[in-house]
Design a protein around this ligand. Structure first.
Ligand SMILES: [Mn+2]
Length: 322
């Protein structure tokens, strides 16, 4: 009898896939199996439900749960526009959420860094859902330990390099700390979508949202790729890089941002880059409407997986004019 439903705990291998009710069944990212067996995984999905570093509206602690739920539709069909099954290329597991205690602030960085190092040291790549943007600091710390200083591609409305004292847990200063600690190879890094001001660019190439609107996707990609070359590229995707029209469910929305299609085209254009990891942060479901923001976050994650799969031999099967 053909199996149906609840793949999250019923599939026996990561490559298995069968039918689900999109609106029912156990929720995991892309209906992948919940597992902590890192010896049998290429890509590890995990959630970091922490939002005590927010400066404005909270709620990003509910992000991982909402993104998993929004991914159920994507799990139904072959990837678009790629036309292949990403589960045939990679063993993808959903590790679940890292247990983080907001009542013990002194443990936040070490808890997340250890979580990430454990996964990376088992030669898996991480796809991680925040949480507010502070979680990217310990994630980058762990990635830099493995790969050396990383090339950062940051989607954001904000630079997140405001004045940092080396200790605060603040989602607006942690990239200053990461740069000061040598975790980021600044000359190969780019920030895109910005539309807030800081007197110091910290050496990043900044492609502001209005610049992208005037100059387009191809020019943006040329600059990003020319800087990144073959350096290990870690993408930190703050959903507030998108306009509030496309990502209302976030803590610090700013008008004039990127559109969903621009973000997707930018991600799809990175197949020449040395992609090592992705986090998607600042999805705040209490401020979302009709799951707009979590559907976007799930799609960005799925597209990143597909672009990575192309590098590992997945053959595209495009139908129509794409
Ligand atoms: Mn941010």
């Amino acid at each position: 009898m053909t199996k149906k439903g609840d793949q999250a705990f019923r599939v026996e291998s990561s490559n298995q896939k069968w039918n689900e009710m999109t609106y029912g069944g156990a929720i995991s990212f892309l209906r992948r199996r919940y597992s902590r067996d890192l010896s049998n995984a290429d890509i590890v999905i995990s959630g970091l439900p922490y939002d005590a570093a927010t400066t404005n509206r909270p709620g990003a602690r509910f992000g991982p749960r909402a993104i998993r739920e929004a991914s159920t539709q994507l799990a139904e069909l072959k990837s678009f526009p790629f036309g292949f099954e990403v589960t045939e290329i990679f063993k993808i597991i959903d590790w679940g959420d890292c247990f983080i205690s907001p009542h013990k602030p002194a443990t936040i960085v070490s808890t997340i860094t250890n979580h990430a190092s454990n996964i990376l040291n088992n030669n898996c790549k991480m796809l991680t859902f925040g949480g507010d943007h502070f979680v990217s600091y310990p994630l980058i710390k762990a990635h830099a330990e493995k790969y050396g200083p990383i090339s950062l591609l940051q989607f954001d409305a904000h630079c997140d390099t405001w004045e940092d004292d080396g200790y605060v847990i603040d989602h607006g200063t942690m990239f200053a700390r990461a740069v000061n600690e040598g975790l980021i190879d600044i000359n190969s890094s780019t920030q895109i979508g910005l539309r807030t001001f800081n007197d110091d660019d910290f050496g990043f190439e900044i492609l502001s949202a209005p610049w992208v609107h005037k100059n387009g996707i191809q020019k943006s990609l040329e600059i990003i790729k020319k800087r990144a070359k073959n350096k290990p590229m870690y993408i930190s995707f703050d959903v507030d890089g998108l306009d509030p029209a496309f990502a209302p469910g976030t803590g610090t929305p700013v008008s004039g941002g990127l559109a969903s299609w621009q973000a997707l085209e930018l991600i799809r254009g990175l197949d020449e880059c040395n992609l090592i990891g992705l986090d998607i942060v600042e999805v705040s479901p209490p401020y979302d409407h009709a799951e707009i923001t979590s559907i976007l976050a799930a799609t960005i994650a799925y597209d990143w997986l597909c672009v990575l799969a192309k590098k590992y031999g997945a053959k595209e099967n495009k139908i129509g004019r794409i």
